[in-house]
Ligand binder design. Structure first.
Ligand SMILES: [Zn+2]
Length: 363
């Protein structure tokens, strides 16, 4: 192996672990070839999480860390050029996978809080590659199952007035119904929708972990889900279909899955493209998104309460008792409303008029 390719394979941080011993040996031709085999070849690999396992494998193969200490362990983590072990997206998912395999997990010590929610996990956290000099770092104590339970910062109780809108959301919360809020711009539809999670029960530990794993895979902060907060996702109407339901290469969960066990809010519903709305049919009906790719199928859970909002007409003031300015022809109003169709015409959906907030309301 040439010195150049050895460098590309993860000499990162060896300065700390053995004064560039490996580099020294490679340069002297002691290790003519190092093959890193990322099997199975049919699964596309991506991300920087392979840095740590590749480096540990090389160090074990060259007897620079005790090989037996690493046997059977799973490892994930990115390496900085100075040898620090950095967190990567999806560490929580790796923790769940490690428990299922009955393997200890070696990873960035920064992730100890998040992986602490996975019961039965043996976690060896490291902050630098040098900590592996004598084998696995000591078992890292992780905080017990759940972090502090937290309802978040917004609350339905803060809303003054808006009786009709609040009533509809309460019915939705109890009956797990999807909701369509219709009202003029500035009427408080978004403000109300954002507070729906505050009247839903906190996530139970199982739901919290499930939701947090999706957020972890997407590279988002998983701590809110772990603290029991139901997710609230409000994608813009320009969001692509892949952004909404998942997709891309490598596949990533979309907003529908990030809202799993929480609320997906589509404001200005009539502005969303028909293809995007049609793509929501599967998660609405099945509670999951199935993506088919050349290298296999990916299924993401996507069970959410759907809250949608739209203006009553293109100008937004059709039937507004306080501002009688709407001159939209009836045919235009009908066409505008007909844009919302397909899966969103769910018979279970409730419709509510969210009137302009009264003076003194908090909208
Ligand atoms: Zn109008």
């Amino acid at each position: 192996m040439s010195g150049g390719s050895a460098s590309a394979l993860g000499i990162n941080g060896l300065g700390r672990i053995g004064k560039l011993t490996l580099w020294h040996h490679v340069a002297r031709g002691h290790y003519p070839r190092i093959v890193v085999n990322l099997a199975p070849a049919t699964v596309r690999k991506h991300g920087t999480g392979f840095d740590l396992p590749i480096a540990l494998s090389i160090l074990a193969a060259t007897s620079q860390v005790p090989r037996t200490a690493l046997a059977g362990a799973a490892a994930v983590g990115e390496l900085a050029l100075d040898g620090r072990v950095l967190p990567v997206a999806g560490t929580l998912a790796h923790a769940v996978g490690a428990v299922r395999r009955g393997a200890p997990l070696v990873g960035p010590s920064e992730c100890r809080d998040a992986v602490g929610s996975v019961s039965g996990l043996a976690f060896h956290g490291a902050s630098a590659l040098s900590e592996f000099r004598h084998g696995l770092p000591a078992l890292t104590p992780t905080p017990s199952a759940s972090l502090m339970r937290d309802r978040g910062t917004v609350d339905m109780q803060e809303v003054a007035g808006q009786a009709a809108g609040k009533r509809v959301l309460e019915i939705s919360a109890v009956g797990e119904l999807n909701v369509l809020l219709v009202g003029p711009p500035g009427g408080g539809k978004t403000m109300l929708a954002r507070r729906l999670p505050s009247i839903l029960p906190l996530l139970d530990p199982c739901e919290a972990l499930e939701t947090a794993v999706i957020h972890s895979v997407a590279g988002l902060d998983e701590r809110r889900a772990l603290s029991g907060q139901r997710p609230f996702r409000a994608p813009h109407h320009t969001t692509s279909t892949a952004g909404l339901v998942g997709g891309g290469t490598p596949p990533r969960p979309g907003e529908a899955s990030l809202a799993h066990n929480g609320v997906l809010f589509l404001d200005e519903l009539a502005e969303f493209g028909p293809a995007a709305l049609q793509a929501l049919r599967q998660p609405i009906e099945d509670g999951e998104v199935r993506l088919v790719r050349a290298e296999g199928r990916v299924t993401y859970p996507a069970r959410f309460t759907l809250v949608t909002a739209m203006n009553p007409c293109p100008c937004g003031f059709f039937g507004d008792s306080e501002r009688d300015t709407c001159r939209c022809p009836e045919s235009l109003v009908a066409r505008y409303r007909a844009r919302v169709g397909g899966p969103l015409r769910d018979p279970a959906a409730s419709a509510a008029s969210a009137p302009r907030s009264r003076r003194g309301g908090s909208a």
